[in-house]
Design a binder for this molecule. Structure first.
Ligand SMILES: [Cu+2]
Length: 133
């Protein structure tokens, strides 16, 4: 009797093991708190948010050398540059590879209209206004 039951319990164990594998594969994303902390001296704080957007359509910053902080609340890589028209301004390039990542750098900007842009192919809508005054 116990021999006859063996195949059934083995296949049940296989189903349970398969379910556990699925659960653990799905359980790791979405609920973790981002690990970065926003520095108090940042002049411009930009967050990448789901899905493939910056957290604002328009940003402002003071003219001169500014500290830019980029955080990633999204699940894919983003690369921030500052542009004026279609041209990249300065050599600031902030890279965040995954959710919870952050990067920081400085750039010197004169008063004017710029944009905060993501250089990753397909991220062309990550293009928010930046007014420096
Ligand atoms: Cu991007």
């Amino acid at each position: 009797m116990s021999i006859a039951r063996l195949p059934r319990s083995r296949s049940l164990a296989g189903v349970i093991a398969g379910s556990a594998l699925l659960l653990s594969a799905c359980g790791g994303s979405g609920t973790t708190t981002p690990e970065y902390s926003i520095p108090t001296d940042a002049d411009l704080v930009v967050k990448a948010v789901p899905t493939i957007r910056w957290d604002a359509d328009a940003y402002t910053a003071p003219a001169g050398e500014i500290s830019v902080f980029l955080a990633n609340d999204d699940n894919v890589k983003h690369v921030l540059v500052v542009r004026q028209g279609d041209k990249v301004v300065g050599d600031l390039e902030l890279v965040v590879n995954k959710r919870g990542d952050s990067d920081q750098g400085t750039i010197t900007l004169e008063a004017g209209e710029y944009s905060v842009y993501c250089t990753i192919p397909g991220h062309g809508n990550m293009n928010s206004a930046l007014t420096v005054s």
